[in-house]
Design a protein. Sequence first.
Length: 369
Amino acid sequence: MEKIRVNLKKQIDNSYDIIIGENLLNKIPKELKQRPLANKYIIITDSNVEKQYGDILLKEMKKNGLKTYLISFKAGEKSKTRKTKEIIENRMMEYDLGRDTLVIAVGGGVVGDIAGFVAATYYRGISYIQVPTTLLAFADSSIGGKTAVNTGFGKNLIGAFHQPKRVYIDTTTLKTLPKKEMKNGIAETIKHAVIKDKGFFRYLEKNVKQLIKKDPVVIEYITKRNCEIKAKIVEMDEKEKGQRKILNYGHTIGHAIEAASNYKMTHGNAVALGMVAAVKISIELGYMSMKDMIRQNNLIEAAKLPVILPDISIENIIKAMRYDKKIIDDKIMFVLPKKIGDVFFTDEVSLKLVKKVLDELKVKKVNNQ
Ligand code: NAD
Ligand code: GLY
């Protein structure tokens, strides 16, 4: 018998910069000209963002002599499929793009997730940069290297961890973002404050009105703080073996509410309700104080996010949690807050308790009872 060892032990440096500022779209091509990341560039975007920002970037890239193409797909979560990925990849091959190509994802989380996944597998993996244009993508999806598409069996089930080479956050792009989409990012921002930073939470309490109005100073600050918090968690646990799971705060019940509403409820609204339910569970188990629960829920309300569950069947929410494999032996793994800025994992939450809390969420505010 012979034995041959394949030695693959190595240290990899996947570190990257997140650059935050105003009017960056004009600056990216100049930077890429000075410090090229590839010989060819492909901008991947969606039908809304193409007109507003994709075309501007394409023009600037060409003006700077960078060989650049653009592919866009129909905007919306429904496009986040293997089919869209295949169409993009085929177009890239028609354009004769090889390993010397850099993908530039310009858009919200849908674009970032598909474009990142294309980059992860095209020619066995090429580089990409993220140019997010929604608050949710500024705060969450553009950082951390999770890329994926949805299938009929659920969201984000096929994907890869593939870190971007750089993230450029042009805060001016938020000017055109509809209010409804802003709220999705605000919910994730509140999540970051509750899981990691009571000082940031206080800042949000003071500035939530300005945030809703897209005050540039507030947008710049919360973007920076969101990125710092997410980056620290990803640095500790890039592949979500443990600590990164705290980013799912509010999502265990939130995802189930979203699914049970047939995706009529927005992600931000569902996550807000998921956070309201989680603090209530934490109170019931004797961890969180009423004072902190009231503070969280007041901030959620001030952000114009819901604290009362609309007419969605609780049975369907539970069904969605089962489908999502969140329930094992009638117990559910939860991220719960102990206080503002400090969360923990537990598997001691019973299905009975979740049902009770959801019932209460339907009939009255869980704040002042
Ligand atoms: P999205 O990408 O669908 O964007 C929302 C809408 O806003 C779209 O219609 C889009 O065309 C439009 N839009 C984008 N930027 C705009 C702008 N500046 N002005 C006007 N319109 C604009 O949604 P999203 O909320 O950004 O992202 C949701 C997706 O992100 C989900 O698929 C979710 O699974 C994923 N996600 C991924 C991660 C991750 O770590 N990879 C984290 C959180 C969420
Ligand atoms: N949005 C959750 C994560 O990036 O892990």
